[in-house]
Structure formats: structure tokens, C-alpha cells
Write a protein that binds this ligand. Structure first.
Ligand code: PLP
Length: 374
């Protein structure tokens, strides 16, 4: 008998803390104050406290968090920003929105994060910033990124959109560069009920400029001190996030347990040579926003699992440098070999805290059988 395993569901998590979430939303409705109010202030303080940084500034999305962090650091036209092509296209959207040119760096094929040897090769006199992406919840190798940035006078904005609570050598992702950018898109480890994001930083002057930038550049109502944007984390989202935050560590711990169960079930004997399970570097505390394996004939495997009722996804099927929209950047097939090979082989399995151990074992067994039957 086939069992339906969706790739992700938001509702089971809502039901586990329904009373708290209902109360948070009701509180906002009762005050009927919806933008830039006390819920945002409280959540910003709680998020900064959780990460151990001076400030968190709520903005409209993760894309906007990267964009505004780069803008506040004076990145713009004529500048080059180094990042990876193996990421959500949003990372690149944010860079191009500043007017700067994205420069793509290949990935390490094991951690799926920026390959720092390639990073060094691609630095030019026009390079101004690095945006490492802590993809899938696995930190990028910051001990190599940061000295390179310092040596070449580049600023670092971490894309921590998939890395809430993940850590690099015990330090939280997002806290290591000049600024860190988070997304609270509903599927994230800490997800709102709509769009949302935050920039975090230890630089309070930077945070103050961000507060202006996200709100039309206003220093006070109707007085624009700088040219700004409209990008704010609204009160309903802030209230939801505030209610969820106390559970983030236990949800992440549950993700790690389920990931370990996947790995234990997939990595044995016959599976070992054909299914490559995720690695966790010695310096990493992975939070498994996504559990990504590599398989031969990925599309056939994905179709086989679908027939058994198991939904999987590919993050991401076409690397950004090969997307139609970014053709003008001049990359071709073969420009980033590790990135392109990963895109052809990766498969994200269902993983969220409300899945049961049994669900995970069922998916893992189905994957092994599907691969064995190729
Ligand atoms: C790695 C990465 N960067 C940036 C973003 C952008 O976040 P948002 O969707 O909130 O704009 C996302 C999420 O989609 C992401 O996964």
C-alpha cells in the first residue's frame, strides 16, 4: 500500500502550537496596528538575542534582506559581488537589484557551499562584496571566506536564508560577516505566514541606516533623509515569528534526528555506492533545512518515488548562471563544473519536524528500492 508523503506541510506545525499562534494573531487584530509596531520591535529583539548579535532589522523578505544589506554597505553599479550559482535565484536577484554584477563561484561538491579556492581565483579589482550562502542549512567555510574578504577589502553579507540556528565552529550563521540575511518564507526552519526577512548585524550604525532604508528613507514621518525602499516585516508576521521562535531549537533538533535516521537507513551496503547522503563538515552544525541526496538518473528516481506517493523536489534544477535571465553575464555550460554536476544529480527528500520516524524510514526504503531497480 502506497503512503502519501508530501514534500512539506505547514499545517501540522500550526496545529502543534495552535493556541499560541491564534493568540499572537488575535493580539495584532485586537490592537489593529499592522506595520512597524510593538510586535516587530519585540521580535527583532528576540531574534537578535537568539543569535547573540546587537541588532536585527525586520524587512519584507529574504531577498530584500540581502538587497538592503548590500545597499547599506554601499554596493551598487560597477561593483562585483561574488556568490554561488548553486542557490535560490533570490540571492542573485538581490545582488542585481543593487545594480552590481554577480560573479559566480563554483561549489565544494560535498558541502554544496562556496569553494574558497575558486572564490580566490575570481576576485578582481572590481570585487566589493562576497555573499556566501549557507545552503540547505550547512554553513559555508567562513574561516576561509573571512580572511580572503579582509585581505582584499571586501564586505561579507551572509545569505542565511536556509540556516536559522545553524552554526560555524559554534558561531551562528549570519553573525560572522558585516551583516547576515534571513528569510522567513513559510517553508523555512523559522517560517512566517507570508513573506518576511531580517538583516542582522553587530554594527548599530548600519542597523540604524537599515531602519531608514526599509521605510522610504524616512528619518521621521514624511522626511526622507536618504533614498529608501518600502520593505518591512509586518506586525502579523512578527507576532507569528515571535510565537514560533521558542520552538526553533527543538524543531532543528528534530530535523537533525530525522536526517540522521535517513542517513543511517540510506548509507548502508548496497545503497552506499549509488545514493550519496549529505555530509556535515567537522566545523558545521547543520540544521537540515533540506535533506539532499545525490542519485544516478535523478529524474527517473524522482518519477519512481512519485509513483509510490512520495513527493521530492530539486534545489535547484538549473543553476543561476545557466538561467535565461542571466545569460548576459556570459557564463556557459561548463563554466562551473561542480555546480552543474550537482544540479543534475541532487534530490531533496521530505524533511520537516512533524514527519514521523516511520515516514522517514518508508521514504528511505522506497528510495533504495527505486535506485536498486534502475
Ligand atoms: C538561499 C536563499 N536565499 C534567499 C532567499 C530569499 O528569501 P525570500 O523568499 O524570503 O525572498 C531564499 C528563499 O527563497 C533562499 O533559499
Amino acid at each position: 500500500m502506497n503512503r502519501e508523503i508530501p514534500f512539506f506541510l505547514t499545517k501540522p506545525q500550526y496545529l502543534t502550537i495552535k493556541d499560541e499562534l491564534d493568540a499572537a494573531v488575535q493580539r495584532v487584530l485586537d490592537t489593529s496596528f499592522f506595520v512597524l509596531g510593538q510586535e516587530l520591535t519585540a521580535f527583532e529583539a528576540a531574534w537578535a538575542d537568539y543569535l547573540g548579535v546587537a541588532r536585527a532589522v525586520g524587512v519584507g523578505s529574504g531577498t530584500e534582506a540581502i538587497h538592503l544589506a548590500l545597499r547599506v554597505l554601499d554596493i551598487g553599479p560597477g561593483d562585483e559581488v561574488l556568490t554561488v550559482s548553486h542557490t535560490a535565484v533570490a540571492t542573485t536577484v538581490a545582488i542585481s537589484s543593487t545594480g552590481a554584477t554577480p560573479v559566480f563561484v563554483d561549489i565544494d561538491p560535498h558541502t554544496y557551499t562556496m569553494d574558497c579556492t575558486d572564490l580566490e581565483r575570481r576576485i578582481t579589482p572590481r570585487s566589493k562584496a562576497i555573499v556566501p550562502v549557507h545552503l540547505y542549512g550547512h554553513p559555508a567555510e567562513m574561516d576561509r571566506v573571512l580572511p580572503l574578504a579582509e585581505h582584499h577589502g571586501l564586505v561579507v553579507v551572509e545569505d542565511a536564508a536556509q540556516a536559522h540556528g545553524a552554526a560555524y565552529r559554534g558561531r551562528r550563521c549570519g553573525t560572522l560577516g558585516a551583516a547576515g540575511a534571513f528569510s522567513f518564507y513559510p517553508t523555512k526552519n523559522l517560517g512566517a505566514y507570508g513573506d518576511g526577512g531580517a538583516v542582522i548585524t553587530n554594527d548599530t550604525a548600519l542597523a540604524e541606516r537599515l531602519v531608514l532604508l526599509r521605510n522610504y528613507g524616512w528619518s521621521e514621518r514624511y522626511y526622507s533623509a536618504i533614498k529608501g525602499y518600502n520593505s518591512r516585516l509586518d506586525e502579523l508576521q512578527a507576532a507569528v515569528l515571535g510565537a514560533k521562535l521558542p520552538y526553533l531549537d527543538s524543531w532543528n533538533a528534530r530535523r537533525r534526528r530525522l536526517a540522521a535516521l535517513y542517513t543511517a537507513t540510506l548509507a548502508g551496503d548496497a545503497g552506499e555506492s549509488t545514493i550519496r547522503v549529505p555530509t556535515e563538515a567537522a566545523w558545521a552544525a547543520h540544521t537540515y533545512h533540506l535533506y539532499v541526496v545525490r542519485v544516478p538518473e535523478r529524474d527517473r528516481v524522482q518519477a519512481g518515488l512519485r509513483e509510490r506517493g512520495i513527493a521530492t523536489q530539486v534545489h535547484y534544477p538549473v543553476p543561476v548562471h545557466l538561467q535565461e535571465a542571466y545569460r548576459d553575464l556570459g557564463y556557459v555550460s561548463g563554466s562551473l563544473p561542480h555546480t552543474e554536476q550537482a544540479a543534475a544529480e541532487i534530490l531533496s527528500l521530505p524533511l520537516y519536524p512533524e514527519l514521523t520516524d516511520d515516514d522517514v524510514q518508508y521514504v528511505a526504503a522506497a528510495l533504495r528500492e527505486t535506485v536498486a531497480g534502475l
